[in-house]
Write a protein that binds this ligand. Structure first.
Ligand code: C2E
Ligand code: CA
Ligand code: CA
Length: 408
């Protein structure tokens, strides 16, 4: 829990009674640095100034002018790094939908409160506010520009991490997804969300993907030589598929290193596949598929043209987005989307990977529903190759003793 006295909280609600009530509740919990706004525009002015930008916003969803959802969009534009609690008199389902939307925008939510607000619930939510939350962890809100990424590429500062994918039925380690991080000489470890799109917008994504692929293939080769024949997933940006050279680059690299193409999975994000001219990407993907590379449709369920992509591209694997996996066992809406994705993928003969498996409940849910593979922090965080052997030993042990009890 963070220290209550030195955090800045902003409450945004059009109802002045609610503003007073919440301020009082917060004061009782020791949160004294609280400002209130009864409309979105005033709140945005506070957010735009460093000295008034809050660490936490309590946001009412239903407001007459700028509603809560629209307000969230402005927060995204401003790269707001603080936390959010949604407050609303709407039913819980509405709040959960809004919560998912906020999550999709990568804004960090502490939770939601139903009106009339219960002080105990508020206190409970605030108690989960960990000191390693993004505000504290990333005081560095620096926005990187093309030249920074160019320098990172020239200095070889991009480092591949690998997150295991395991069989749900047996616990066996089937493969790993390559997730790139930038080991910045001054700013520490920078996650891909802060530089991939900038690389895409500035024609640097081909260089970036080439470096990631070269590292990943070299790593796969080392693992294969040691008898660990993992299937290695690599994230491919739609922009990489704009030129036919990409196909040749991948094929040569994999052939030169003597790896079977079946052990290389190219993960393509569905939402990026929606460009108007899909002929070249389609040709590249189809040719790679003919050469026996594996193709994976990533973040399934979050885009708009899933069906068309499934029809047009011969994917081998479908990754159900983490937003529909974690807590699907206790949420009917998530479960409906998860079930539909699973059954559609299965009917098309694809391997189904559930992403974002965060806890034991998620894991058990996958076992009950017959998902093929699981990936997520419950199994392992993304690892450096040196940490892989020790993790594998621990995981295999856990599988034997806790997770998969052999039938009597
Ligand atoms: P993605 O492909 O959907 O990758 C999964 C993301 O979920 C990773 O975030 C991973 O660290 C995170 N994750 C894993 N397990 C859990 C869990 O249990 N709970 C939660 N909440 N999250 C989990 P990361 O590494 O920050 O990567 C973000 C995105 O950046 C990736 O999303 C991928 O789209 C992109 N990316 C990463 N590496 C590359 C790359 O080399 N090239 C391209 N073009 N994109 C990349
Ligand atoms: Ca991926
Ligand atoms: Ca994904």
């Amino acid at each position: 829990m963070v220290s209550a006295s030195n955090v800045k909280i902003l409450i945004l609600d059009d109802d002045s009674f609610m503003l007073k009530l919440l301020t009082r509740m917060l004061a009782k919990l020791g949160y004294i640095s609280v400002v209130t706004c009864d409309n979105g525009s005033d709140a945005l002015k506070k957010i735009d100034q460093i000295d008034t930008c809050p660490d936490l916003i309590l946001l009412d969803l239903n407001m007459p002018d700028m509603d809560g959802i629209e307000f969230v969009r402005y927060l995204v534009d401003r790269q707001y790094h603080g936390k959010l609690i949604l407050v609303s008199g709407e039913d819980e389902r509405m709040l959960k939908t809004a919560e998912r939307l906020v999550h999709a925008h990568k804004i960090s939510m502490l939770g939601y409160l139903l009106k009339p607000v219960n002080p105990e619930k508020l206190s409970e939510i605030l108690q989960q506010w960990e000191p390693n939350s993004s505000t504290e962890q990333q005081p560095n809100k620096k926005i990187y520009v093309a030249a920074d990424i160019q320098s990172a590429l020239a200095q070889h500062e991009l480092v591949n991490y690998y997150q295991p994918k395991v069989s749900v039925a047996t616990g066996e380690v089937i493969g790993a997804e390559t997730l790139v991080r930038w080991h910045h000489p001054k700013d520490g470890i920078i996650l891909p969300d802060r530089f991939i799109s900038i690389a895409e917008e500035n024609n640097l994504i081909d260089d970036l993907t080439h470096q990631v692929l070269q590292q990943a293939i070299a790593q796969a080769k080392q693992w294969h030589e040691k008898g660990l024949t993992l299937r290695i997933g690599i994230n491919v940006s739609m922009d990489n598929l704009a030129s036919l050279d990409f196909q040749g680059f991948v094929v040569n690299l994999v052939t030169e290193n003597g790896l079977p193409p079946q052990k290389i999975v190219l993960e393509v994000t569905e939402s990026q596949l929606m460009g108007s001219d899909t002929r070249i990407p389609l040709e590249i993907l189809t040719r790679l598929r003919l050469k026996r590379f594996h193709l994976s449709i990533d973040d399934f369920g979050t885009g708009h043209s899933s069906m068309a992509q499934l029809r047009d591209i011969p994917f081998n694997e479908l990754k159900i987005d983490q937003g529909f996996v974690h807590r699907a066992c206790e949420d009917d809406t998530l479960r409906a989307i998860y079930d539909a994705s699973l059954s559609m993928g299965k009917q098309l003969g694809m391997d189904i990977v559930a992403e974002g498996v965060e806890d034991r409940n998620d894991w058990e849910f996958l076992r009950q529903t017959g998902c093929d593979m699981a990936q997520g922090n419950f199994i392992s965080r993304p690892l450096l190759p040196n940490d892989f052997p020790r993790w594998m030993e621990e995981w295999q042990n856990k599988v034997r003793t806790e997770l998969i009890v052999a039938p009597a």
